[in-house]
Design a protein around this ligand. Structure first.
Ligand SMILES: Nc1nc2c(ncn2[C@@H]2O[C@H](COP(=O)(O)OP(=O)(O)OP(=O)(O)O)[C@@H](O)[C@H]2O)c(=O)[nH]1
Ligand SMILES: [Mg+2]
Length: 202
């Protein structure tokens, strides 16, 4: 497994687009509904368990959090969305930040979209995937918390999500099962990260 990700370090948390770092040329975003398991996935991929804050209280991450891998590469933990208890003003701030990020951030080379395998393809997920298709941002889907369902349910969910991505027009999107709890599926997503980040060293 690549050692690049083990070197991840917190760089900064961005609340306004003007704060986006200028030294980073290649980054991959981690998106998904609140509580889907974004921060846990980042911790699993890097092998650093205290890196991205994980929480049982959904909606805690309200900023774009940068984890720097080397001088020019980073992973970003994108703010969760789809949590009903967040006030409207906070949702509006979220929308503006994310829209601006997707529209202007050339350095964003791909998006890892994370969904709880038990609750895939909610309205916000479809919005995000359609957005990626529109902006031509490549997508890799993790169906996480795979430890919570049987192998059969996992593989049939994977196939139906794969079908949905084709219907949206994301013809190259891979869909895989993942578990941060059991540390399953790390190699496959890291292969995609290496490709997007143009990282060939092992
Ligand atoms: N069983 C199981 N639980 C998981 C897994 N991944 C995450 N969780 C749990 O799900 C909850 C939410 O995980 P987070 O990683 O904080 O989710 P998030 O998407 O970053 O949430 P926000 O930052 O609020 O948007 C935590 O209680 C995690 O321990 C997994 O693969 N399996
Ligand atoms: Mg989080």
């Amino acid at each position: 497994m690549s050692t690049l990700y083990r070197k991840a370090k917190f760089l900064l948390a961005v609340q306004h687009l003007e704060q986006l770092p200028t030294n980073i040329t290649h980054e991959v975003g981690f998106a998904g509904r609140s509580n889907a398991g974004k921060s846990s996935a980042i911790n699993t991929i890097t092998g650093i368990h205290s890196l991205a804050r994980t929480s049982k209280t959904p909606g805690r991450t309200q900023q774009i959090v940068y984890f720097q891998l080397d001088e020019t590469r980073a992973l970003t933990d994108l703010p969760g969305y789809g949590f009903a208890k967040v006030p409207l003003a906070v949702k509006e701030t979220w929308r503006k930040l994310m829209e601006g990020y997707f529209q202007t951030r050339q350095e964003l080379k791909g998006l890892v979209h994370i969904m709880d395998v038990r609750h895939p393809l909610k309205e916000f997920d479809l919005q995000m995937l359609e957005w990626c298709e529109y902006k031509s941002v490549p997508v890799h889907i993790l169906l996480t918390k795979a430890d919570k369902v049987s192998k059969n349910v996992g593989s049939s969910t994977r196939l139906s999500v794969l079908k949905a991505t084709k219907e949206i027009g994301l013809i190259d999107a891979e869909v895989q099962l993942f578990s941060s709890l059991k540390r399953l599926g790390g190699e496959q997503v890291i292969e995609k990260l290496d490709y997007w980040l143009e990282y060939n060293g092992k």
